[in-house]
Design a protein around this ligand. Structure first.
Ligand SMILES: [Zn+2]
Length: 338
């Protein structure tokens, strides 16, 4: 389903940008790299140029003076499904709309010039750098089940576009998964260390806001997808909770799931409780390792625990992270009502 396209022949780039200085900057930068650059300050002119020149790479500012870059994106994708559109915007929400309209990847202003040029080069290069390395399963390090890695990759595609996943995989040396997503099963995939680097790189590339959207979904889908494809993974297959109180249900299922997570990721999960709440305590946390923040940022386990609770009780409720190692606390701690 996710096929990556490469353009070897066309070096035509259409740049749609209403800020003249920025347009000049793209023009200079791309011309220096031997690209043929077509410039447009408006959506209408962009469509005219596109119809005439058929460029395969388009840098598209979302906010234009006449018609929106999202509409132009839609137009181009309808006429030429293999066109690669890089949506550029200062507005996070609009970027999501651009992905839905068919943008291949997103760049948020302000961006680094070097990043953008390497992105364009990467998209126009042939695929010779892609190796099909066999996974060494004899490796002693813990490996994350494929289904959990897959939901992380899918969450990036859904929120940020296929091109963003490609960039992420290149940056994290996980090229072997480009165009070759891991299956929805518990076969071994990336190592826990690679998983940690993946999360760190998601923060680096997409910022805290972008990372939040991706990682929260990743946690939710991590549990939901496992139930669908591999219910044995978290030990909840065939579990009957019918005659228990909600509090008992929660405790029973949390104990099971936390034990499994401990086996998968190799870090201690402590379940504590007081009169009103359960607390999940992680003295070592793969989700915020190496990060510094003013607020809690372990979005994956929040999404994950919320789905676990919903599955056990049939009701949606929020899980709150009350301490985070990234904030300087000793543990990451999550609070769940009884
Ligand atoms: Zn954490």
């Amino acid at each position: 389903m996710y096929i990556y396209q490469y353009i070897n022949m066309s070096k035509k780039v259409l740049v749609v940008e209403d800020e003249i200085e920025l347009l000049d900057f793209y023009d200079k930068m791309l011309t220096a790299e031997d690209y043929t650059v077509y410039r447009s300050e408006t959506g209408k002119k962009a469509i005219d140029i596109f119809d005439k020149e058929d460029p395969k790479i388009i840098i598209m500012d979302i906010k234009l003076p006449d018609i929106s870059g999202i509409e132009v994106t839609r137009y181009i994708k309808e006429k030429s499904s293999d066109a690669i559109i890089i949506a550029v915007s200062a507005y996070g929400e609009k970027l999501k709309e651009a992905v839905n309209a068919g943008a291949y990847t997103l760049v948020q202003k302000p961006f680094l010039q070097k990043e953008l040029i390497s992105l364009i080069k990467d998209l126009t290069q042939s695929s010779e750098t892609i190796k099909d390395e066999a996974i060494d399963v004899s490796f002693t390090k813990k490996r994350v089940p494929s289904s959990l890695t897959r939901v992380a990759f899918d969450a990036v595609i859904t929120n940020m576009g296929e091109g963003s996943l490609r960039i992420l995989l290149k940056k994290t040396n996980l090229d072997r998964y480009i165009g070759n997503l891991p299956p929805h099963d518990d076969s071994p995939s990336i190592t826990v260390d690679e998983y940690i680097i993946l999360i760190q790189t998601i923060f680096d590339i997409f910022g805290q806001k972008g990372a939040k959207a991706i990682l929260y979904i990743c946690g939710k889908e991590g549990f939901k997808n496992s139930l669908k494809h591999n219910p044995a993974l978290f030990g909840v297959a065939g579990v009957a909770l019918k005659f228990m109180s909600n509090e008992k249900k929660k405790k029973f299922i949390l104990e099971k799931v936390l034990k499994k997570l401990e086996e998968i990721f190799g870090n201690v999960h402590i379940l504590e409780e007081d009169q009103s709440y359960f607390y999940i305590k992680l003295p070592e946390c793969p989700y915020c390792k190496g990060q510094k923040s003013d607020s809690p940022i372990c979005y994956t386990p929040i999404g994950f625990y919320e789905e676990v609770i919903k599955w056990a009780t049939g009701k949606s409720e929020k899980v709150e992270q009350i301490q985070c190692i990234a904030m300087g606390h000793e543990n990451c701690v999550f609070k769940i009502s009884k």
